[in-house]
Design a protein around this ligand. Structure first.
Ligand code: NIG
Length: 379
C-alpha cells in the first residue's frame, strides 16, 4: 500500500543539500518510493497531511548496550557526588545479566527499543558484552538479534574477575559460538579493559571469521584505540573523547567513522568529544546514544543532537546528519539514514516546523510521528 506524506514544511533528506520546503514523499511497503515537491506528488492509497511540520530520516543509533539486567542508580549517584567513572562498574551489570532469564533480558531490550522508537530511532545497533561467558554471550547475541537491526559481539568488554586466559576464550570458543549470529565484533581498548596487544588479537580473530570491526577507544584517556581501529579498517571507533592531533589526522584520512557519544561524556563527567576538530579536519562523525545502564542511560538521540549543537559546536545540519546518515556510515549501510527512493521507509515527523527546534527547544519531546519499515506510528 502506498502512503503519501504531504504538506511537509521542511524536509531533510541527507541527499540534496540543505532542507527542502513544501515537499512530499511516498512510502510503498517497506521502502520509500518517491520524494519531491508537494505540487508534483503522485496519487497514493492513503494521504497523511503533516501540516507544515519538519520531516527527516529516523535516527540511526549505531551504539547501544541494551542486552542487560539490573540497575546502577547507586553508582550514578556516587559519580554525581564526585566518584570517577571506571570500567569496573560493568561487572555489576554482568552479575545481574547472568542471573536474569532469557525472557527478562528480551523484555528489557524490547522496552528500551520501544522507548527509542517513540523518540524517532528507527534503526538500532546493540551489543552483547554483559554476559562474558560463552553461554551468556551466545544468549545475549540471540536475544539482541530478535530486536536490533545490527548486533555486535563485545565479549571483549572487560576481563571478568574470575577468568584465566580470557582473551584466548574470546578469540576462540566464544567467537566460534557467536559468529553466526552477529554482524560485528568490538573491543573495549582502554586501561582497565583490554590493552593494545589484547585488542589487536580480538580484532584479528574476528576479522578472520568475516565479522566487521568496531572499537571502543579513547574514552577515559589518551590511548591506542583510534590508531588501532584505523589500522584494522574498523567501520567505527566509538567515544573518541581524548584525541591527539595524530588521532584526528588518522581518522580524517581513513574510512573509520568517529562515533561520538555526548550523553556518555556528560554522564561520566568527561569532557565532550572534540567534534569541531574532527569535522574541520575532514573526519566522518556519527552521533549515538550509547544507551547502557552504567555510563549513559538514555535512548534519546534528540538529546545527543541538542548537546552536539549547543555544546560541541556542531551545526544543526551536521548534528542531524551525524545522528542519521553518520550512524548509517558507522554501520556501513546506505539504506537507512536517508530519504531517497529505494531507501528503507524509516521517517520521523517533528512537532516543529524545522529541525533547528531540536536544539532550539532542548529536552522537549518533539517526535510527532514515526514510520519504521513503512509501518506508521502516530503519537
Ligand atoms: O560504552 N566503554 C565501555 N562500555 C560502555 C560502558 C558500559 C557500562 O559502564 O556498563 C560504554 O560506555
Amino acid at each position: 500500500m502506498a502512503i503519501l506524506i504531504d504538506g511537509i514544511g521542511e524536509l531533510t533528506t541527507n541527499c540534496a543539500t540543505g532542507r527542502l520546503r513544501d515537499a512530499a514523499l511516498v512510502l510503498d511497503g517497506e521502502q520509500i518510493a518517491w520524494v519531491g515537491p508537494s505540487r508534483a506528488a503522485p496519487a497514493a492509497d492513503e494521504r497523511v497531511d503533516v501540516a507544515g511540520r519538519a520531516v527527516l530520516p529516523g535516527w540511526v543509533d549505531s551504539h547501544t548496550h541494551l542486552v542487560f539486567a539490573g540497575d546502577r542508580t547507586a553508582e550514578f549517584e556516587a559519580r554525581m557526588s564526585g566518584k570517577p567513572y571506571s570500567a569496573g562498574g560493568i561487572a555489576v551489570t554482568v552479575d545481574a545479566t547472568r542471573a536474569a532469564t532469557d525472557e527478562q533480558l528480551a523484555a528489557n531490550l524490547r522496552r528500551h527499543a520501544e522507548e527509542a522508537l517513540r523518540q524517532g530511532t528507527t534503526c538500532l545497533e546493540t551489543k552483547t558484552g554483559y554476559g562474558l561467558s560463552v553461554v551468556d554471550e551466545v544468549r545475549s547475541a540471540r536475544i539482541a538479534a530478535e530486536v536490533a537491526d545490527e548486533v555486535t559481539f563485545l565479549g571483549a568488554h572487560i576481563i571478568p574477575p574470575d577468568s584465566l586466559s580470557y582473551v584466548d576464550l574470546v578469540c576462540g570458543e566464544m567467537l566460534d559460538a557467536v559468529a553466526d549470529s552477529v554482524h560485528w565484533a568490538d573491543v573495549f581498548c582502554e586501561e582497565g579493559a583490554f590493552d593494545e596487544a589484547q585488542s589487536e588479537r580480538v580484532l584479528c580473530a574476528a576479522a578472520a571469521r568475516g565479522l566487521g570491526l568496531r572499537v571502543h577507544g579513547n574514552q577515559l584517556g589518551h590511548g591506542p584505540g583510534v590508531q588501532l581501529a584505523v589500522r584494522h579498517g574498523a567501520a567505527s571507533v566509538d567515544h573518541c573523547t581524548y584525541l591527539t592531533d595524530a588521532d584526528v589526522d588518522a581518522l580524517a584520512s581513513s574510512d573509520t567513522v568517529a562515533t561520538l557519544l555526548p550523553a556518555c561524556d556528560l554522564s561520566t563527567r568527561q569532557p565532550l568529544a572534540a567534534a569541531r576538530r574532527l569535522l574541520d579536519a575532514g573526519a566522518v562523525v556519527a552521533l549515538a546514544s550509547n544507551a547502557n545502564p552504567g555510563s549513559s542511560y538514555t535512548t534519546s538521540m534528540a538529546f545527543c543532537v541538542a548537546t552536539a549543537v549547543l555544546q560541541m559546536r556542531m551545526s544543526v545540519e551536521e548534528a542531524v546528519w551525524a545522528a542519521t546518515a553518520g550512524g548509517a556510515r558507522a554501520l556501513r549501510r546506505d539504506d537507512v539514514g536517508v530519504i531517497r527512493p529505494g531507501a528503507r521507509a524509516d521517517v520521523q515527523v517533528l512537532e516543529a516546523p524545522s529541525v533547528t527546534h531540536l536544539a532550539y527547544r532542548p529536552g522537549v519531546p518533539l517526535t510527532w510521528a514515526v514510520w519504521q519499515r513503512g509501518v506508521h506510528r502516530m503519537f
